[in-house]
Design a binder for this molecule. Structure first.
Ligand code: PEP
Ligand code: MN
Length: 359
């Protein structure tokens, strides 16, 4: 009987499951209440359960009002609430373009760089080694969301200039985090892609602003966020008309102190089954341990990720942030070679940069 509702072309049905043993009078009451909300109700009586299918425009259906009707046990919306992000609504997979780099559709992002933007010479050196190893997007944070207000907070606009210059020197697009809605316009002037970090995944004002910017966005999963929470945050950006969103699994909180977070590898194929948006992995923040990063990066690719985001540093002991999880440039180059091989096996490729650019 449920199939009748699923096949209905008009709007999106919601299914109400009524309480066991409801009387005819209570059923009439439910139907009256539904119709008073300007919705159509289709009654279906089973031997054990009575079900009411609601027909109408899904954006107009007041789910909480339906839940409040006496006699209703469960309200089941048939489509997910992340309408724009869902694969169902958009069966063609999206490819996000950052500079000349394509993310998705078999093209992989290799994002690499230090946690924080540091002095210009170091950034140039790191951009060069990242580029030579095969990275195609250079990263570095100029605005750092730190747990302690006494820790290094980033170089601000000066850092944006340094990052841009290093990226330009090696013809790499750059991604950097924006932490404050008031800085979105400033950051878009320097960066090719805006990162919304784990701590800001549910900063809805920030999501709206990066949505309005139209710039590509790297949206990281909050450390305590469910996969659905992540998709709902993506929805904030998409609903502003910005379809350039890449999701990033970067580890969630766990109880084990041996790794920084728990790398939720299952989230990668799960997201691929729910959304058309590209998904990348960040094994640096997920593990916090350099010796675990290569295996987790390769696992991410094998699980279907559209790219890998990794922190590198030439002198991790003097890094301004996240030094203990940085890969040395040579370690990154070794990993990149394995990623190339695995990508080929999977019928994918690392999105190329202009070969003629200075290297
Ligand atoms: C970062 O990329 O340096 C960062 C702070 O990441 P996350 O938001 O995932 O912790
Ligand atoms: Mn970091």
């Amino acid at each position: 009987m449920v199939f009748f509702f699923l096949r209905c072309d008009y709007g999106l049905p919601v299914i109400l499951i009524l309480k066991n043993g409801v009387s005819d009078q209570q059923i009439d009451h439910v139907i009256d209440r539904v119709e008073s909300l300007d919705l159509k109700a289709h009654l279906s009586r089973g031997t054990f359960r009575t079900i009411v299918g609601i027909i109408g425009d899904e954006t107009e259906i007041p789910i909480d009002s339906l839940r409040a009707i006496v006699g209703v046990e469960q309200v089941i919306p048939v489509l997910p609430p992340y309408k724009l992000a869902s694969l169902e609504a958009h069966p063609q997979r999206s490819v996000v373009q950052v500079g000349e780099v394509k993310i998705g559709g078999g093209s992989l992002a290799m994002i690499a760089g230090p946690c924080s933007v540091e002095e210009p010479e170091r950034m140039e050196h790191l951009a060069k080694s990242a580029r030579q190893a095969g990275a195609n997007i250079f990263r570095g944070g100029a605005y750092k969301p730190r747990t302690s207000p006494y820790d290094f907070q980033g170089l601000g606009e000066e850092g944006l200039k340094i990052l841009r210059a290093a990226g330009d020197k090696y013809a790499m697009p750059v991604v950097t985090e924006v932490t404050d809605p008031r800085n979105v316009e400033l950051v878009t002037r320097y960066a090719d892609m805006l990162q919304v970090g784990a701590r800001n995944m549910q900063n809805f004002v920030l999501l709206t602003e990066v949505g309005k910017s139209g710039h590509p966005v790297l949206l990281k999963r909050g450390m305590s966020a469910t996969v659905q929470d992540l998709l709902m945050s993506a929805e904030y950006i998409l609903s502003q008309g910005n379809s350039q969103v890449v999701l990033c699994e970067r580890g969630i909180k766990g109880f084990d102190t041996m790794t920084r977070n728990v790398f939720d590898i299952a989230a990668v194929p799960l997201l691929a089954s729910l959304t058309h948006l590209p998904v990348i992995v960040d094994p640096s923040h997920a593990t916090g341990r350099p010796h675990l990063i290569p295996a987790c990066a390769l696992a991410g690719l094998a699980a279907g990720a559209d790219g890998v985001h990794i922190e590198i540093h030439d002198q991790p002991e003097v890094a301004r942030s996240d030094g203990p999880q940085a890969l040395l440039p040579q370690q990154y180059a070794d990993l990149a070679e394995k990623m190339r091989q695995l990508a080929a096996l999977l019928g994918k490729h690392i999105s190329p940069l202009n070969a003629e650019a200075l290297i």
